[in-house]
Design a binder for this molecule. Structure first.
Ligand code: 5AD
Ligand code: SF4
Length: 411
């Protein structure tokens, strides 16, 4: 979502005749910020200091989640502070002298259609904010209350993106399953997007487990463009911790949702988020997280050490876990998941996958592509002429740590 916000700002700047420049020579420097974990928030303050030293003349704009919650603090080191709900206002800055704090307490831009930069993948916001208030999470404070965008503007925005080359759309929201506009729910929206000519693939993030339904699992199968990949954050395998986190499901219910997905999409992939070291997480609770990973067999997880966040209730909980213990639990979780991921990924060897060419890969003469199940495939392009946005079939030939190698199937 932050990447999309940066893109929105970039598109406004482009429309106003600005071009990208080296940081040392730029007239305007913009830093977007993430507040989801303590580490990312701290980084913003040190980054701003570093960049200001490189370019003392530029107007400096701080935006994003940290700007939303700490506007005063950021205004001391920035000319403009732009909160998450005020991006729309940025388009009016050009008549002003780049000074001020723009931090609205509610989303005001739901009907405005921002531009996209040319890319085979277009990020599309469908619902802003979050009303869940998980006890560890700052997002309800940085992204404010849930507001669904009108489906007409979503569809128009997708058509605009397709016109400049998008082949895939990623529908974004903290909780996409809560989408509801004028009686159209998330499934209804998927049906609408599935009909848009030129869209080849549809993805969505993130689903909250409590709202993921069997109907949605079936919709993923029924709609040809919707990719068979589900990101469903579990956070912990312990019911006691899930309750303290206020996640509103227990492990059994979570496992049931996974079953729904697999029933209709047996070849699909599932990823998740895990937090280790939540306050009061005992060794037994942690063991249950490990058991949950064994039982569910996620394709991949994003795992984090718990960190206290401003406004989030868990920061006040007793029995905080030591940094050392969190570090150890994180490494245990990651080692276990590496083994599980390797076992799952091995099954891809020799298979033929539809892949979308996304960009040049890091290695010489390779391009990076993605399967419908969200796996990265590097393809040798030295004898081919593959371009961004091509949709082709590839045979998976090699398994790397976080990607595959593949060869294009010519027949
Ligand atoms: N500490 C650690 N991880 C967190 N996340 C959210 N808040 C915190 C926190 N306070 C993780 C969750 C979420 C992901 C986006 O970030 O796993 O799903
Ligand atoms: Fe944060 Fe929970 Fe909302 Fe996700 S659902 S953004 S973890 S409060």
């Amino acid at each position: 979502m932050n990447e999309r916000d940066s893109e929105k700002i970039e598109s406004i700047l482009q429309e106003n005749g600005y071009e990208k420049a080296d940081i040392k020579e730029a007239d305007i420097v913009i830093v977007n910020s993430c507040a989801v974990r303590e580490k990312s928030e701290k980084k913003i303050f040190s980054e701003i200091g570093r960049i200001r030293n490189l370019n003392k003349k530029a107007k400096f704009i701080s935006m994003g989640c940290v700007a939303q919650i700490f506007p005063q603090k950021l205004s001391k080191i920035s000319d403009v502070v732009l909160g998450t709900a005020s991006i729309y206002e940025f388009k009016n800055f050009f008549n002003k002298d780049f000074k001020g704090i723009f931090v609205s307490k509610e989303m005001t831009e739901s009907d405005y259609i921002f531009g996209h930069l040319k890319s085979p993948t277009a990020y599309i916001d469908i619902i802003y904010g979050c009303d869940n208030f998980c006890t560890y999470c700052v997002v309800p404070y940085t992204r404010l209350r849930e507001v669904s965008r009108s489906y007409n503007s979503i569809i128009q925005e997708i058509k605009n993106a397709v016109e400049i080359g998008a082949k895939e759309v990623i529908l974004l929201g903290q909780n996409v399953n809560s989408y509801n506009f004028d009686g159209v729910n998330f499934i209804g929206l998927l049906e609408m997007v599935n009909k848009i000519a030129g869209v080849k693939r549809i993805r969505f993030v993130t689903s909250h487990p409590k709202d993921f339904s069997e109907d949605l699992a079936k919709t993923i199968l029924d709609l040809d463009k919707v990719c068979e990949h589900l990101h469903l954050p579990l956070q912990s395998g312990s019911d006691r911790i899930l309750k303290l986190m206020r996640r509103k499901y227990n492990f059994k219910e979570f496992a049931q949702k996974i079953e729904y997905f697999r029933k209709y999409n047996p070849k699909g992939s599932i990823t998740s988020d895990i937090i280790v070291g939540f306050p009061r997480e005992t060794k037994e609770d942690f063991k249950q997280t490990l058991m949950a990973l064994e039982e569910i067999q996620f394709d991949e997880i994003y795992s984090f050490k718990y960190s206290n966040r401003p406004f989030a209730k868990a920061a006040l909980m007793p029995d905080q876990i030591s940094e050392e213990e969190k570090k150890e639990r994180l490494s245990i979780v990651q080692d276990l998941q590496s083994k599980i991921s390797e076992q799952i990924n091995k099954r891809y060897l020799g298979s033929i996958q539809e892949v979308l060419i996304e960009s040049k890969a890091k290695a010489f003469n390779q391009v990076q592509a993605r399967t419908r199940t969200n796996k990265i495939v590097n393809i040798d392009n030295s004898k081919l002429n593959l371009n961004e946005g091509n949709l082709v079939f590839a045979k998976i030939t090699k398994l790397n740590k976080h990607s595959f190698n593949g060869e294009i199937c010519t027949n």
